[in-house]
Design a protein around this ligand. Sequence first.
Ligand SMILES: C[S@@+](CC[C@H](N)C(=O)[O-])C[C@H]1O[C@@H](n2cnc3c(N)ncnc32)[C@H](O)[C@@H]1O
Length: 299
Amino acid sequence: MLCYINYKRVDKPLEIPNLEVEIGFGRGDFIVKLAKERPEKNYLGIELSQISVEKLMKRVEREKLKNVYCTRIDAYWGFFLLFEDEQVENIYMNYPDPWFKKRHHKRRLTTPERLYIFARRLKTGGEIRIRSDNREFIDFTIETAKFLECFEIKEGILDVKEPLTKYEEKWLSMGRTLYRLNLKKLRKPKEVPHPTIEEVRELFPVKVKAKELKAEFIENREFKLGEEVYFKTFKLWEKDGSYLIESLLSEKGYYQKFFIQLKRKGEEFVIDVSPFSEVLRTRNLQRAINKVAELVESL
Ligand SMILES: C[S@@+](CC[C@H](N)C(=O)[O-])C[C@H]1O[C@@H](n2cnc3c(N)ncnc32)[C@H](O)[C@@H]1O
């Protein structure tokens, strides 16, 4: 079994039964423990850190676990892209919050739009189980949970007999009070505006007639392709009459860095994402290809 799920390539929604999800699994101690205790369930860990993902993959292989999966993506987009509503049985978040400063609060995992998407994908009757050493984060999350009008909220102080993770061990040894917050889904959450991106089945190359390229026309340009959708080009690289343009697409806060290939074919250039760039195929990515084609055509 392949533990790593490539969210850019996999068929969606994921077809994994009896699924529970841990957001920000860190060293992976907790997800591994859960998976061993409950072999009848499947566990998917979502992480931003590449090192954490690699460590978990090694551990899963070493311990021959058959019910642990992981992927590397921001949790919001992971939930948005990978699951359908009412799919996830329970969600776990342990010590998720490094955002102490007020100006960083919008990055928290429990802002209304994030908690909304987690709540949508959670089964009715399922729970979001949170552990934190930060009282302010717990209060912030309770506020958001109330706002969504879909949860039964239970909170308390953790009485830890056996630390779940290194973080927990550290906080306990420092004598910190640890909190638990359980949000049980009773109904659909109240609608909240939230960022969306649209995946497409295929990206189409674009052919344009052009004799030569002028780098200054293509390099270091910035375009607004739609509401909160920005496309930026950087350096143009040439090899044997064909080109690669380094590109960045930001769609509602979802970022992709990739190369667009401009391949010479006689009088024409064929413009497409480079086969060496792995991308999530989105409607705006097609717009980015079209934009480069437009630039080439206008030379
Ligand atoms: C403080 S560590 C806690 C790790 C682990 N849960 C534990 O208790 O030891 C927080 C973890 O959450 C991950 N994380 C933070 N924001 C995230 C996000 N938006 N999506 C996925 N993972 C995230 C970080 O990469 C980090 O590994």
